[in-house]
Design a protein around this ligand. Structure first.
Ligand code: 5GP
Ligand code: ZN
Length: 114
């Protein structure tokens, strides 16, 4: 838990979100500024800044995050989807709490390095 982290605040309920999944390790909610018809974020409850801050102790968590993407995408009615993990400021990351974007259903714009 990091006091100034927006996603930690969503995890602990201090900031509301359109939550679509939750278990003991992970929460998923719709992105506030969607880049596709369906755009949700998979977020570990543990505060880790980015993929670049992960190591072997996060291996199971990373696997769990990725395995949830197709499961929740299907529940959201997506036949296919894109996944994206922006890492570091240079990688387009704006919220420094690890998260996986899942986008599908006709993108309005592409989330890239620009
Ligand atoms: P990043 O660029 O860090 O990979 O993506 C951060 C994402 O978080 C952005 O797509 C942004 O729209 C989303 N986001 C930022 N603040 C909030 C918030 O308070 N609630 C929700 N649901 N999404 C947020
Ligand atoms: Zn956090």
């Amino acid at each position: 838990m990091s006091v100034d982290c927006i996603f930690c605040k969503i995890v602990n309920g201090a900031i509301p979100s359109k939550k679509i999944y939750e278990d003991e390790d992970i929460i998923a909610f719709h992105d506030i500024n969607p880049s596709a018809k369906v755009h949700f974020l998979l977020v570990p409850k543990l505060h880790v800044e980015s993929l670049a801050n992960c190591d072997s102790q996060h291996q199971a968590l990373l696997g769990k995050l990725l395995l949830l993407a197709p499961k929740i995408a299907k529940e959201q009615g997506l036949a296919g989807f894109k996944t994206l993990i922006n890492t570091g400021r240079e990688g387009g990351q704006e919220v420094f709490h690890l998260h996986v974007h899942v986008l599908g259903g006709g993108e309005k714009q592409r989330k890239t390095l620009a």
